[in-house]
Design a protein around this ligand. Sequence first.
Ligand SMILES: N[C@@H](CCC(=O)N[C@@H](CS)C(=O)NCC(=O)O)C(=O)O
Length: 198
Amino acid sequence: MRIALAHKRLAYEPHYVSLPKMQHRETAYRDLNPQGLVPLLIEDEQPLIQSLAVIEYLDEIYPEPALMPKTAQDRAYVRAFSQIIGCDIHPLNNVRVLKRLQSQFGADEAATNEWYRHWIAEGLGALEDYVVREGRSAQFALGDAVTMADICLVPQIFNARRFGCELGAYTKLNEIFENCMTLPAFTETQPKTQPDAF
Ligand SMILES: N[C@@H](CCC(=O)N[C@@H](CS)C(=O)NCC(=O)O)C(=O)O
């Protein structure tokens, strides 16, 4: 979401919610997001949740530069790409899931990392095949303009690197990642630029 805001050059006031300190589970935060998950955007006193919904909202209200393509076919592709990450990869490797593996099933750090890497390999492997089969990508996931798909891919690659995943096989995804990382919207929002990054 921060990448979308940066890409559209939208000013906002950041508030940091610490996951290690479990601030996302505090009542005050849950009053805004009953799921107790980040990110959250408040606009006109209205809390907006779920990254993909918020990115599409931003694109509707602030259409330039567009993050969703013009044709229905391309939009279906961008949504499918984004949902492979946001709905099928990320939820399996979210902090609360990894913690639950440890607390309920006694998984140690090695087993947890193995779980993480398994779902990355399965998810990104399928995504690489999908992008190649579709043949719609060029510099970015769809052609030569940034879309929601790129905004989903880059943070997932950063996260996978943090867990030491082997990413060499994903030629097309790596190319897209490197192209994104030449743009200020991506470099200015990468994890190390966040004051509360851990
Ligand atoms: N589908 C939600 C997922 C939100 C989510 O899981 N965010 C993570 C951080 S990237 C989180 O808050 N994790 C806290 C936890 O798992 O306890 C979205 O796209 O906004």
